[in-house]
Design a binder for this molecule. Sequence first.
Ligand SMILES: NC(=O)c1ccc[n+]([C@@H]2O[C@H](COP(=O)([O-])OP(=O)(O)OC[C@H]3O[C@@H](n4cnc5c(N)ncnc54)[C@H](OP(=O)(O)O)[C@@H]3O)[C@@H](O)[C@H]2O)c1
Length: 289
Amino acid sequence: MRILISGGKGMLARTLAARLGHHADHALATPGREELDITDPISVGRVFAEFQPDVVLHCAAFTKVDQCESEPERASQVNVAGSAHVAAACQQTGARLIAFSTDYVFDGHSGPYSEFSKPTGGLNVYGQTKWAGECAIRLNCPNHLIARVSWLYGPGGPSFVHTMMRLNREGQPLIRVVSDQKGNPTSTLAVAGAIEEILEHPEITGTIHLSCEGEATWYELAREIFALTGREQKVEPCTSAEYPLPAARPANSCLLKERLKLCHLKPMPHWQTALKEFLASEFPDCFRG
Ligand SMILES: NC(=O)c1ccc[n+]([C@@H]2O[C@H](COP(=O)([O-])OP(=O)(O)OC[C@H]3O[C@@H](n4cnc5c(N)ncnc54)[C@H](OP(=O)(O)O)[C@@H]3O)[C@@H](O)[C@H]2O)c1
């Protein structure tokens, strides 16, 4: 299988490349933004012509949630127009498209959400442009799979997990973390495992949720990180109102994995199991398990 990964230098893309690169029968291309700029249809066409992918794992996105608020035009160019260009190229060449999206396509007022829940529109520019990007993919390439993931952390970061470990290393006496936002913390290693299985099933199309099982608030996630690594750290809960950010966040954007069950795929691991596995490999010096 010839697999093209867009946004090849990003966090999820690197984990996918590491996992799929082990297969002798896969050829991978992982171009960064300089080699494949998805906002430029000529760049997209050139890379497709040169590499001739059978499958495209579309990871490229403008993911800086707060920066999207001040740069909505760029968010739209990358997340909507860029996704449309990738989808159109897949449609033209017959490549299978697996595109990543987010729990932030939901407003978070009535979560958890299944793949059959209707997104009511994201609360922020990032979520709105990712939803519009999903719509562009559905229009431009009917043979697609949109995989929604959430609260990602993975080797090399950057992520919430890496930020917590850095603050602790720097000797931060107290970390205050919001306890009124709930989601599914998800390891890119778990997503890569699911994608590896999905690649064996070209018949799986539509939308699928690939977040880890179980729910947590950011506060609970922070507590678990320090418990598992055995780091002394004072952590206190706070509200989103006490910690204002440019972009609003959904209160409950947990994702139900209905399609994984319907497609008879392996369940996603529980977030605590996946976090433990990740911490052991990413921070082996301070992991106590
Ligand atoms: N991280 C999360 O918590 C999270 C949660 C839900 C869903 N997702 C989704 O999962 C996917 C992967 O996210 P990630 O966490 O791996 O994000 P990431 O580390 O920010 O990776 C995205 C990559 O896309 C690249 N990119 C930006 N504009 C581009 C363009 N015009 N052309 C080509 N590449 C471009 C970025 O390069 P530059 O850095 O050079 O801009 C970056 O390397 C995205 O679709 C994201 O929306 C992520």
